[in-house]
Design a protein around this ligand. Structure first.
Ligand code: MN3
Length: 205
């Protein structure tokens, strides 16, 4: 359950910590999930409590920093929740691209080589920590790759997230150190394309 007794909860992973080996190692997955993601969940709940307290007492002096904390922790929690379900073991059926998704992606980007390059280059373009996001932009009805800085900056409103790849150093430093490109290339082998397609169908409905 994502939200119980008015507090956000850390979701379970849909696979074991070592399921993405050798591309993403078990220690990184465990620390990432149990400590980093839990930290955003706790930060979000604490911030909501502080906001409720401010409202109850009519004391709004800290509103600016509380709003920053709210955006940071809420996006941190939501992005990670999306991210875990964008991954699956490389030999899982979910890694195979559904034919209907393939049609959409090829119409948009032309070839899988270009999609691969866009994912890698968008991830390399993130300054400091952040995310690669493949999203559905409903006004034009098209997919866009976007580099999201931190969790919440440089963000197209209403872009529906289909695929999120974490490029904060904590996502890859233990195994790849500063070799973000190698990490992104490894991620390509464990993308859950079924989740991408399910989210696209939800965005369309
Ligand atoms: Mn992370």
């Amino acid at each position: 359950m994502a939200f119980v007794n008015h507090t956000y909860q850390l979701p379970d992973l849909p696979y074991d910590y070592d399921a993405l080996e050798p591309y993403i190692d078990a220690t990184t997955m465990r620390v990432h999930h149990q400590r980093h993601h839990q930290g955003y969940v706790d930060g979000l709940n604490d911030t909501l409590e502080a906001l409720a307290d401010a409202a109850a007492h009519g004391t709004y002096d800290d509103m600016q920093s509380l709003q920053r904390d709210l955006a940071f922790h809420a996006c941190g929690h939501i992005n990670h929740t999306l991210f875990w379900r964008n991954l699956c073991p490389s030999d899982d059926n979910r890694h195979r691209v559904p034919p209907s998704l393939e049609t959409v992606m090829l119409r948009q980007f032309g070839s899988w080589d270009r999609i691969y390059d866009m994912l890698i280059e968008t991830g390399l373009a993130v300054e400091g920590g952040g995310w690669v996001m493949l999203g559905w932009e409903p006004l034009a009805g098209q997919c866009l790759f976007q580099s999201v800085e931190h969790h919440q900056h440089q963000h197209i409103t209403n872009l529906k997230p289909l695929l999120m790849i974490d490029v904060w150093e904590h996502a890859y430093y233990l195994r790849y150190q500063n070799r973000r490109r190698e990490y992104l290339e490894a991620c390509w082998h464990v993308v859950d394309w079924h989740t991408v397609f399910q989210r696209l169908q939800q965005a369309w409905s």
